[in-house]
Design a protein around this ligand. Structure first.
Ligand code: MUC
Ligand code: MG
Length: 367
């Protein structure tokens, strides 16, 4: 169970349709595949998605920090030395998706070694989650057509709508068109990626008061401390902390400070080990949890569902697990399939992910 090598392989797969939101846009999955090898010949895998507009990481930076700092720190550790690994990675500030991909690849390798699935190792609550689809910026008619396609083709009935444009009417018109077009049976919530001020957010939420929203997420910056508290106090739906609550300590600060009332867990930025800590904290505080999407590929989405399915709290709400559908291709030998609005974990050891070697050869950028 000793780690012999940690590989960081950059790859790029174009999106069929770019995803646009208040803090940025994504045209290609320029991610880093992480492989953790052990002396038993086991290989664990995960992917790191650089999101410079949220965490400051770049693809080249992720490869560099893994090759030059993290890989040497982990060589020789057992897969069971998770707290030691966590402490060593923690000596370097930032780099959340690089650290998380290593953490998840270690859990995958551990599951493969023990012949147990990661979901069972973590908690084993269920084997599936309902899926929520994230709708990027577009005209109301195009966003409604996209939601209808997701409902008709995959049975998805929960939608997170990207908001945060100016004037706020651009977005409130979209949410109204979705509610009117899709009816009362779908779940709708909004995510502003800090695009609005607190006052704009309050106005938008008033305009949408009759649209039966489930949640509001990160509508304005958490750094506008008093404005955000003022906003959260007047809302009658849970306010999700996403990019403002990357670590358990961030969650504590945002929740106890009155700047959020729910939390998004993204395995891409907190791996399985820190996501577990956030889950336990959220359970203790009695918070709503949504499994979020870091605009993950299939491997990242498999990690999210593997974690989300492990616990009652994380599998209660629909998880954001479907944005890989916008990619032109992926690395898994057997693609993920969403049906009846659900995604299931892969049976078998670890994450159950097998990569297609031809696709990896085609999309990797280092050879
Ligand atoms: C989301 O939930 O915000 C967009 C930016 C980011 O950091 O994640 C995505 C989705
Ligand atoms: Mg968000």
């Amino acid at each position: 169970m000793k780690i012999t090598q940690v590989e960081a392989i950059p790859f790029a797969i174009p999106y069929r349709k770019p995803l646009r939101f208040a803090s940025g846009e994504v045209h290609a999955a320029e991610h880093v595949l992480v492989r953790v090898h052990t002396d038993d010949g086991i290989v664990g895998v995960a992917e790191a998605p650089p999101r410079p507009f949220t965490y400051g990481e770049t693809q080249a930076g992720i490869v560099a920090v893994i090759d030059s700092i993290f890989a040497p720190q982990l060589a020789g550790l057992s897969l069971l030395d998770r707290e030691i690994a966590h402490a060593r990675l923690g000596r370097t500030v930032g780099n959340p998706t690089a650290k998380s991909a290593i953490d998840m690849a270690m859990w995958d390798a551990l599951g493969r070694t023990l012949d147990v699935s990661v979901t069972e190792l973590l908690g084993g609550f269920t084997d599936r989650m309902r899926v929520s689809h994230m709708l990027g910026f577009d005209e109301p008619a195009a966003m409604l057509a996209e939601a209808e396609k997701m409902r008709d083709n995959y049975g998805i009935t929960t939608f997170k709508v990207k908001v945060g444009r100016r004037p706020v009417f651009l977005d409130t018109a979209v949410v109204r068109a979705l509610r009117e077009g899709l009816g009362d049976s779908v779940e709708l919530y909004v995510d502003g990626n800090r695009g609005w001020t607190a006052a704009e957010s309050a106005r938008a939420m008033k305009e949408m008061a009759d649209l039966d929203l489930l949640f509001a997420e990160e509508l304005c910056p958490a750094d506008d401390v008093l404005g955000r508290r003022w906003l959260v106090q007047q809302l009658d739906v849970p306010f999700i902390a996403d990019e403002s609550a990357v670590s358990p300590a961030d969650v504590t600060r945002e929740i106890l400070g009155g700047s959020a009332t729910a939390v998004s867990i993204k395995t891409a930025r907190s791996g399985f080990t820190r996501s577990q800590r956030t889950h336990h904290l959220a359970e203790g505080l009695g918070l709503e949890v949504v499994m979020g999407n870091q605009i993950d590929g299939q491997l990242g989405s498999l990690c999210s569902v593997a974690f989300g399915a492990a616990y009652s709290l994380t599998s209660r709400r629909a998880g954001e697990l479907s944005n890989f559908l916008d990619m032109s291709d992926d690395l898994l030998a057997e693609p993920l399939r969403i049906s009846d609005g659900e995604l299931t974990v892969r049976p078998g050891a670890g994450l159950g992910a097998e990569l297609d070697p031809d696709k990896l050869r085609h999309y990797r950028q280092d050879s």
